[in-house]
Design a protein around this ligand. Structure first.
Ligand SMILES: Cc1ncc(COP(=O)(O)O)c(C=O)c1O
Length: 392
């Protein structure tokens, strides 16, 4: 089945939807039983799509979990109240005091903060590694290394990792491989075929797709599902049925939205590449992006999120660029239908395994579903303001 068809058909088992198209919102804490036998049955099957207690989920959750697990290619999906909770939930399900974690240097900033500010206090040591390290990862493995965490492409700087090589080496040492797969979404890569054990989505982004819900998913293969599910449950992770309903709704249009985001972003990125002010484009589909060859090999498409680096600039000129845009708004997050712009400062301070030259400013764009010609015009005015500021 092709992805577009799958997106429409996954998670629509009649047992959850009761025959309507979208599995409805089941809100629940208590679930009541008439007999001991009924209660026993629910207890026995509580991890298998039977209603037991609200925290274990309702048909709204089960339908969405089945959909994501199938799209990602794993056996089960745990739900979390945000993408960050999915990352911490997955890490804490597989790490304990005395363990060692290998974390990519280009990780999403709160992921890095989790390692430095919380895991450290729990006695879990983190070593950061160069996203382009490839087979060189073997030199960083210690006897107590338990998890190798990847994010591909990396946040802001967009390095694409060699996921199959990293996974293969990790497995030779019995290390669990986790991937923040948010950029690919569940349709543009095949994490489990590349050897990943747990694939994480900030569903807040493209799955929800409308910038109105926070949600996270972690999908595991057979070997990791029981531990992920049970430990996340023990940590009390659960999500609102209303939010999950909106995510299920967003999911159905994921493939058409993604295709349009990609087309619009490529048009804008190609135009940016012609601008004399631009040093290079950090879009995985461009050969100026580190790891572009892995994007070509491992991804089926791109989306609306990429960065570009300017040859020069300072806080004043970047402020002139990003303020007063007609269509791009400044805001964190991405994956909604709207265009966003971020001038990113201080990347060098977030790196320990690699170096970043902060003398060249970086701007990150999320290209939404507007007409790209309007977005290009908006950016063209931004360059005028930036050049004027540099000339003053
Ligand atoms: C790559 C990536 N992973 C995880 C997250 C965290 O997701 P959430 O905002 O839902 O916690 C983000 C948010 O920007 C992200 O960009």
């Amino acid at each position: 089945m092709k992805k577009e068809t799958q997106i429409v058909s996954v998670g629509r088992d009649k047992k959850w939807s009761k025959g309507v198209i979208n599995p409805p919102v089941f809100r629940a804490s208590t679930v009541v039983f008439e007999t001991i036998e009924e209660m026993r049955f629910a207890t026995k099957n509580r991890t298998n799509g039977e209603m037991f207690y609200g925290r274990r989920g309702t048909p709204t959750h089960f339908a969405f979990q089945a959909a994501i697990a199938e799209l990602e290619g794993g056996v089960g999906t745990a739900l979390y109240p945000s993408g960050s909770a999915a990352i911490s939930g997955a890490l804490l399900s597989f790490l304990k005091a005395g363990d060692h974690l290998l974390m990519v240097d280009s990780a999403y900033e709160p992921t890095r903060d989790l390692c430095d500010k919380m895991l450290k206090g729990f006695g879990i040591e983190t070593t950061y590694y160069d996203p382009m390290i490839g087979a060189g990862i073997s030199k960083l493995i210690q006897p107590n290394t338990k998890v190798l965490f990847l994010e591909s492409p990396g946040s802001i700087t967009m390095e694409v990792q060699d996921v199959p090589t990293l996974s293969r080496i990790a497995h030779q040492h019995n290390i669990t491989v986790m991937l923040d797969n948010t950029w690919a979404s569940p349709i543009n890569s095949r994490p489990f075929e590349m050897g990943v054990d747990i694939s994480i989505q900030a569903a807040t982004k493209y799955i929800v797709g409308h910038s109105d819900v926070m949600l996270g998913t972690a999908t595991a293969n057979e070997a990791h599902w029981d531990q992920l599910r049970e430990n996340s449950y023990l940590m009390g992770q659960c999500t609102s049925a209303d939010d999950v309903y909106l995510a299920s709704r967003g999911l159905r249009t994921l493939s058409v939205r993604m295709a349009q985001h990609e087309q619009n972003a490529l048009k804008v990125a190609n135009w940016l590449a012609t601008r004399p002010e631009v040093d290079h484009i950090r879009h995985p589909a461009f050969d100026t992006c580190p790891g572009h060859e892995f994007f070509e090999r491992d991804f089926s498409a791109s989306n609306g999120l990429f960065s570009f680096v300017l040859k020069k600039g300072n806080i004043k000129s970047i402020t002139a660029f990003v303020e007063n845009m007609a269509h791009f708004k400044m805001g964190f997050s991405w994956g909604g239908y709207e265009s966003l712009i971020l001038g990113v400062f201080g990347i060098d301070k977030l790196r320990t395994a690699t170096q970043w030259d902060s003398s060249k400013p970086l701007i990150r764009l999320h290209i939404g579903l507007e007409n790209p010609d309007d977005l290009i015009e908006d950016l063209s005015h931004a360059f005028d303001r930036y050049n004027q500021e540099l000339a003053d």
